[in-house]
Design a protein around this ligand. Structure first.
Ligand code: GCW
Length: 683
């Protein structure tokens, strides 16, 4: 698909002729202190390219300052050492200062990365036809702003498949090796840099040990080289069992001296190939992955093993995933609950991790569902840095065949107040490191781009990737404003295009929730299979623990302390008591926390079952409007992208009907309760 997708929101499409003619930009670009692989050098080149595209002007790029009208890019230090006077600045991390005046633009980064981010910000304004004079500083909300790829190496099977990837094979791997041509990898890094993302884990958390063989270590060096000019640091996922399976040791026990030395050696070699190695991501004792519990050691022992191995080599970190749970639990036990697992496993480990370990926590306690409460683990780790794991790839949410704009979901999570110790404790302030005073904290998102030229397999899905970076930089940014920026950059500034995409996108998550799983019952997709399409019957009767406990009379998980799994008690007291009581539990999470009859009345006045029926009709009806809404932009966007989007929206409209009828029929058959409007069961 789409040549037109490869540049995503970095198209630098020409502005209309009259705007171009009246636009004034300085006469040259000065990129201070830029060696060829440095982000400041990259910034100068990118700016040159952008201005050429947007304004049809060919500005010279130099690396020494000259008098006269120029755009100067550099670190704060480089500005100072070349005699530029900057105001008193309060920059942190990868922050930047941007000053746009008619004949002089100054872009100063706290570090080189910051200078590149400021340059992309300036370019974003130009590309949107915004020539206002501004002066401001901008700092990231958190130091860690990473993406995770779940790319397989596939040394035995097909070419570089991606777990839960919906856009073709890997851009990194094929046939057990790192691909030769890394053009797409550096293009990916460019997209990341343009939205302030500074790190990447390139391989699947279900990690293949062969990534650590000597050929592949050298390959990792090449990946890091391709991404470094964009300020993106590379890290990898590790398989806990590698000392046994690759190293041929008899154990992978984290306290065994031989194991410790084996990992020390790996870390030294990795550092040799990748001097600015970002860190490692570890999925241990989860979904059949090996881990320290196998050796009767704690998860902290496991994390610290890696922390100590990488410690001597720069500032690399261990991201240890909190997604640890038993997938063989038994539904006949009323108190069994997968949602309890993370807090059960990690609560007592706070304070036991080395200072270069961060715990990476999925936003909800289960798994990227259409509606989940915030993971209570965020309230328990006060002495440990935490990172929130989001998912751009739409694993449970239509796999990019459905338009679902995710920032409203993410913001619901990020704005949630945990009220730890009775103090305001917004999730976004916990993951910025502010609430518990953590130096290392932030964001990770599973993105799973593939070789498809649209990156995610769908043009509209790219708004989620763009918005992820923008929100990680500043989680208080407005989700509509982000979307409008993205739309202008991707499709142009025509008001009809902006209004159409905004309306559809903002309707999309509520619609998706309506035609899939309501009231906190989860996505109701095929959870033992591909996580796609309706399959409510797959939720129960298996060890995965994504249960609904639906029977002829009632539905929902009783997660109360008084009568259920006790999960609600994992939250700080004020939040716990809100969820413990049906009266104070919001409707949209009712069935997450309570097991109730289908006839239970909601705050809206409807019964649970009637809400299911109505919501499915409402949600599917909204999806029916998408193809119609999109027609408004015909002729305003290029035919190629118009058709590709139209195709997917048409499909979504049809699939939403399939969802509606499958779910409604299922619960009608289960409960035998008629739809008040006589629609369900009559087709
Ligand atoms: O959501 C589940 C996915 C698995 C994934 C796992 C995880 C990479 O279905 O495919 O494995 O989560 O996050 O580790």
């Amino acid at each position: 698909a789409a040549e037109n997708g490869i540049d995503a929101w970095l198209r630098y499409a020409a502005l209309p002729c009259d705007v171009r003619k009246s636009a004034s930009v300085p006469a040259r670009i000065v990129a201070l202190n830029g060696t060829q692989t440095s982000p400041v050098y990259t910034a100068g080149q990118e700016l040159h390219k952008g201005i050429q595209g947007i304004l049809h002007k060919d500005l010279p790029v130099t690396n020494t300052s000259v008098n006269g009208s120029s755009i100067t890019i550099g670190t704060v230090n480089a500005f100072a050492s070349t005699g530029h006077v900057l105001p008193e600045l309060d920059l942190t991390g990868d922050g930047f200062w941007l000053s746009i005046k008619n004949d002089s633009v100054q872009i100063a980064g706290q570090n080189e990365r910051g200078a590149l981010y400021g340059t992309f910000q300036y370019l974003s304004m130009l590309a949107q036809g915004n020539f206002t004079e501004v002066t401001y500083e901008s700092n990231p909300s958190a130091p860690i702003r990473w993406v995770n790829q779940w790319d397989n190496m596939d040394d035995t099977g097909t070419h570089g498949s991606i777990e839960r990837g919906y856009a073709g094979p890997s851009i990194f791997f094929a046939e057990g090796l790192i691909v030769e041509d890394l053009t797409r990898v550096s293009q990916y890094a460019r997209l990341m840099a343009s939205i302030g993302l500074n790190g990447i884990i390139v391989n699947n958390v279900n990690a293949n040990v062969n990534l650590l063989n000597s050929t592949n270590m050298a390959g990792l060096g090449r990946i890091a080289d391709a991404m470094r000019p964009w300020g993106v640091r590379m890290g990898i996922s590790l398989n806990f069992d590698s000392p046994r399976t690759l190293g041929k040791l008899t154990t992978a026990d984290p306290l065994d001296q031989g194991v410790i030395e084996w990992w020390d050696d790996i870390a030294t070699k990795l550092h040799g190939h990748v001097p600015d190695f970002a860190g490692v991501l570890v999925k241990a004792n989860s979904e059949s992955q090996p881990g320290p519990l196998t050796y009767n050691r704690t998860l902290a022992d496991g994390a610290n093993l890696f922390a100590r191995a990488i410690k001597p080599h720069g500032d690399a970190i261990v991201m240890f995933r909190a997604f640890v749970y038993d997938n063989t639990i038994n539904e006949t036990n009323w108190k069994a609950d997968r949602a309890n697992a993370a807090v059960d496993f990690f609560r007592d480990l706070d304070g036991k991790f080395d200072d270069n370990v961060i715990v990476q926590i999925k936003y909800g306690p289960i798994d990227f569902q259409v509606r989940e409460p915030v993971s209570p683990l965020f309230a328990h780790l006060e002495q440990t840095g935490t990172v929130i794991e989001l998912q751009v790839t739409q694993e449970y949410l239509g796999q990019q065949c459905h338009l679902v704009y995710l920032p409203p979901l993410w913001k619901t999570i990020l704005n949630f107040d945990m009220k730890v110790d009775g103090q305001p404790s917004l999730v976004r302030d916990i993951v910025s490191g502010e609430r518990f005073n953590q130096k290392l904290a932030g964001y990770a998102a599973v993105v799973n781009v593939g070789t498809d030229k649209s990156w995610l397999g769908s043009h509209l899905a790219m708004s989620n990737f763009y918005a992820y970076g923008r929100l990680a930089w500043n989680p208080t940014s407005d989700d509509v404003a982000i979307l409008e920026d993205w739309t202008r950059l991707t499709f142009g500034s025509d008001r009809t295009i902006i209004d159409t995409i905004t309306k559809m996108s903002m309707e999309s998550w509520p619609a998706h929730e309506n035609y899939t799983g309501n009231l906190g019952i989860q996505s109701l997709t095929d959870i033992t299979g591909p996580h796609y399409g309706p399959k409510p019957q797959s939720q129960d009767g298996n060890g995965w623990g994504q249960w609904t406990r639906a029977d002829a009379k009632s539905i929902g998980m009783d997660r109360t302390v008084w009568n259920g799994t006790g999960y609600s008690g994992q939250y700080p007291p004020e939040v716990a008591s809100m969820f413990e009581n049906i009266e104070s539990t919001p409707d949209d999470l009712l069935l997450w926390f309570h097991h109730v009859p289908y006839t239970q009345q909601l705050k809206s006045g409807k019964t649970v079952i009637q809400h299911f029926y109505d919501a499915h009709y409402d949600g599917a009806a909204v999806a029916q409007t998408f193809p119609e809404q999109w027609k408004a932009v015909k002729g305003l966007v290029d035919a190629e992208r118009y058709d590709e989007v139209a195709f997917r929206l048409e499909y979504q409209a049809g699939h939403a009907l399939v969802w509606r009828d499958a779910i409604n029929d299922f619960y009608f058959n289960m409960s035998s309760i008629k739809d008040e409007q006589g629609r369900v069961g009559n087709h």
